[in-house]
Write a protein that binds this ligand. Structure first.
Ligand code: PLP
Length: 451
């Protein structure tokens, strides 16, 4: 119907990550409400939200405590700024809380609104720090192919995915990409996982040597890559990478936008992999996405030159209107309290086991699945178009799976031929079983058509 929400969405709403033809062809899914791990569309159809929105609604939908925290803060002080010396209680409390629960000793928390903005802030801080230290040539940042760090100009440059660069004239100068630690795809014949991890570190070392160690400021990575396809690094990877960085006085930035707040079975992905970041970026599950908020945590090594030397180069000229927004900060504090009180990090570790076991059994049963991977409550099925009976373009099998999953009431996400799962931290046995049952039905459909 011409006046339906779907028609008006197509007519007026320019979406991220699609084009007009696809938008028209697939048609919008209009979600109306949510409760717990489920959402309902405008036809009343129920779905299990197996991606937590965008890897982010940790405490699930309809959490009244967050509604109350936001409402009370809206009534008391709906907005105040945090430029220069202005402040307010929720921002102070949240900064203190984040420093106190950080995986390694951190000095300061700096607030922004999105993961992209937070990573852009990191790039600017790194540049500013190098200038403050009197090392203006030490500004390059090394990221990884298939890493995802956002879409603003600098963070899209850090992102290592072609469609975030293509036709945008990105990456900007001084941002480089090294080997993606995905053993299943990148590992060579006869190479063990450990040898592959060593090769990744050797590639990084060679890149630093080729560029000149005095020109490289930092390395950035997600503990587990999310949007690049749920890439769990091989054993020993992070130790070997950190050993290389230590040799050359290069800072380590952990992008915990997805991993933070329990996703990998510990509060931080850095704990799961024994990563010791100098800078840590968090967003998404910090508020369960009930309000946009992100934070950059800086240790003394990263922070001190920015402040102590800034007299020479002026005031820190960076900051956004919404930084440390009181409503977002109040929601984050309540959300973190819920995660702590309900033991949701331990629940993620616990429920991750049947989720991964269920997906693994399906991967073994269905020929079209190449690999199951995951850790904690984040996992993926890798569809292998090479095993399909028909010739399939890259991503076509993944898209077919996505459509079948939606039909069977499961919202996951296909990243090319990778199907990503990242359900809310509150999930129970029944929820896991519902996801697995839906995935099995979808795999049957897709196998019947293409297997
Ligand atoms: N970093 C990581 C690891 C992410 O997964 C994302 C978003 O998916 C971002 C950064 C960018 O965050 P945002 O979409 O809030 O800008």
């Amino acid at each position: 119907a011409p006046n339906s929400p779907e028609a008006r969405d197509i007519a007026y709403h320019l979406h991220s990550y699609t084009n007009a033809e696809l938008h028209q062809e697939v048609g919008p899914t209009v979600i109306e409400r949510g409760a717990g791990i489920h959402v309902w569309d405008n036809t009343g159809k129920r779905y299990v939200e197996a991606l937590s929105g965008l890897w982010s609604v940790g405490v699930g939908f309809g959490e009244e405590r967050l509604v109350k925290a936001a409402t009370e803060q809206m009534q008391k002080l709906p907005y105040y700024q945090t430029f220069a010396h202005r402040s307010h209680g929720p921002a102070i409390d949240l900064a203190e809380k984040l420093v106190s629960i950080a995986p390694v000793p951190m000095s300061k928390a700096y607030f922004t609104n999105s993961g992209s903005e937070a990573n852009d802030t990191v790039v600017k801080f790194l540049w500013y720090r190098s200038n403050a230290l009197g090392k203006p040539e030490k500004k390059k940042i090394i990221s990884r192919f298939r890493g995802y760090h956002g879409v603003t100009v600098a963070s899209a440059s850090l992102t290592g995915l072609p469609y975030n660069h293509r036709s945008f004239d990105l990456p900007i100068n001084g941002i480089l990409h090294t080997t993606c630690p995905h053993y299943w795809k990148e590992g060579r014949d006869g190479e063990s996982e450990e040898e592959f991890a060593s090769r990744c570190a050797a590639d990084l070392d060679a890149m630093i040597q080729a560029e000149g160690p005095d020109t490289v400021a930092a390395f950035i990575g997600e503990p587990v890559m999310g949007a690049g396809g749920v890439v769990v690094p091989p054993k020993g990877y992070w130790q070997k990478i950190q050993a290389v960085l230590a040799k050359y006085d290069i800072l380590l930035v952990a992008d915990e936008v997805i991993c933070g707040f329990g996703r990998t079975g510990n509060l931080w992905g850095s704990q799961t992999f024994d990563i010791k970041p100098d800078i840590l970026v968090t967003s998404k599950q910090i508020t369960s996405s009930y309000f946009p908020l992100s934070a950059v945590l800086l240790n003394e090594r990263a922070y001190a030159p920015i402040q102590d030397e800034s007299g020479r180069i002026g005031t820190l000229g960076h900051g956004v209107t919404g930084a440390g927004h009181p409503v977002g900060a109040a929601v984050a504090l309540e959300n973190i309290a819920i995660i702590e009180e309900r033991g949701l990090v331990a629940n993620a570790a616990r429920q991750g086991e049947p989720l991964r076991a269920g997906l693994k059994a399906l991967a073994d049963e269905f020929e079209l699945v190449g690999e199951m991977r995951g850790i904690g409550l984040i996992a993926a099925l890798e569809m292998d178009p090479g095993r399909a009976k028909d010739e399939m373009a890259v991503g076509a099998l993944g898209t077919a799976m996505n459509v079948a999953l939606m039909r069977h009431g499961v919202i996951a996400r296909n990243l090319g031929d990778t199907i990503a799962f990242c359900p809310p931290l509150i999930i129970d046995d029944e929820g896991v079983a519902e996801i697995i049952a839906g995935v099995e039905k979808a795999l049957k459909d897709v196998s019947a058509a293409h297997g």
